[in-house]
Design a protein around this ligand. Structure first.
Ligand code: PLP
Length: 376
């Protein structure tokens, strides 16, 4: 173990940057309230630290996917915060929502009925969100379901509808015609349901403009530094830095190959560094032969990842450093795999995926350090 406590890889998570992103999105969405999607362990960055940072920044409405995530989140934020569970109550679990003060997002008639049955049993109105499907065909009440709810007088008794929501399929492509179609459908369906605050936009939807904001926006990705406006400069602050240490360097002679499958053969004698990070850490194997790393001291020099990525290590071609006359790194030297000069979205693109997947895949093997530069 190195003296500062980490060996293979470490993930630095900048909580001040997450708070700054929240402030920026809040300002953009205002007067709409800005909530936060913290499902999947706050997109891999740590539910407790992230939710408490957001709470401190003023967030009082959180979204998770699963009941269990809601239960975990309730331990992190106080009763002054609303927690919506996007998948609604799995059959037979409605009581647990009450125990943990969670709000279900009701997506189907059976979910509505489940929540209603509990309300009747309790002899009181119970709060819930209704989600309508405005054109993504994922979760939410269909047009026919809404028709049913509005034509059967008892269909909504016992429900205190605190939010009507839907989700956009193509908000990251502002010109896509589905955006306008979903907006129109949402307005139409919402009008048929009990009057309640409304929510349509997640990260990219906020950037579509005020028509999409309604009363509450629900960003996730943009809070964590993923670009909500692909194809344009990223307006958000980067929040993570993924680093790995050099385990050893070696001179690979011309004609020798590197790594499993011998997919890389040195054209000339090549200095290679082996870093202690691999797919076992959640670093994408698809970056073998396609990705790059940078030294924090020489951030403009990209060093290609060569050969296949192993479970616990990857190989980097040091030739660009040698060409620039920079001394080769010793064992223990640190490289950035994601960071200011290796942006998350660019690395995700090279890995043939999206920032969302890259973040949520970042494993627990890394030494994780949450830090807040505001606190010194
Ligand atoms: C219903 C819902 N709302 C909000 C979000 C947050 O989306 P984003 O991370 O794009 O901001 C998601 C994410 O998938 C979602 O499914």
């Amino acid at each position: 173990m190195e003296k500062d406590g980490w060996e293979g890889g470490r993930l630095l998570i900048n909580l001040a940057a997450i708070a700054a992103n929240y402030a920026q999105l809040s300002a953009l969405a205002g007067p709409a309230e800005c909530g936060a999607a913290v499902k999947a362990n706050a997109y891999g960055l740590g539910l407790k630290e992230v939710s408490q940072t957001l709470h401190q920044a003023g967030c009082r409405t959180f979204f998770v996917a699963h009941l269990a995530e809601g239960v975990a989140l309730r331990q992190c934020v106080g009763e002054d915060s609303r927690i919506f569970v996007l998948h609604g109550p799995p059959p037979g679990t409605a009581n647990a929502f009450l125990t943990h003060a969670l709000l279900p997002v009701l997506n189907s008639l059976p979910q509505v009925q489940e929540w209603q049955a509990l309300a009747h049993a309790q002899g009181r109105m119970l709060p819930a969100a209704l989600q309508v499907d405005s054109g993504m065909s994922r979760f939410g009440l269909t047009e026919a379901d809404v028709e049913h709810l509005t034509t059967h007088t008892q269909a909504l008794t016992g429900l205190d509808v605190v939010l009507v929501m839907s989700h956009l399929a193509c908000a990251d492509a502002p010109e896509h015609p589905l955006n306008q179609r979903q907006l129109t459908t949402f307005l139409r369906l919402k009008q048929r349901l009990p009057a309640a605050p409304a929510s349509l936009a997640a990260s990219s939807g906020i950037f579509l403009g005020q028509d999409w904001h309604f009363d509450l926006v629900r960003p996730g990705a943009a809070l964590y530094g993923i670009n909500p406006t692909p194809g344009r400069p990223n307006p958000m602050h980067p929040t993570i830095r993924l680093q790995a240490r050099v385990i050893q360097t070696r001179l690979v002679p011309a004609g020798a190959c590197v790594g499993y499958g011998a997919t890389f053969t040195a054209a000339q004698d090549t200095s290679v560094a082996l870093l202690g990070i691999g797919y076992g850490d959640g670093f994408p194997r698809s970056l073998g032969g396609r990705g790059f790393v940078v030294s924090p001291d020489w951030p403009d020099i990209k060093l290609p990842i060569i050969g296949r990525i192993s479970m616990d290590s990857l190989a980097v071609d040091l030739t660009p450093l040698a060409t620039a006359g920079v001394p080769l790194p010793p064992a223990g030297a640190v490289f950035d795999l994601i960071g200011p000069h290796a942006p998350l979205d660019e690395i995700a693109f090279l890995a043939d995926t999206i920032g969302y997947e890259l973040l949520t895949d970042l494993g627990h093997r890394y030494h994780r350090l949450h830090y807040d530069p505001r606190k010194g």
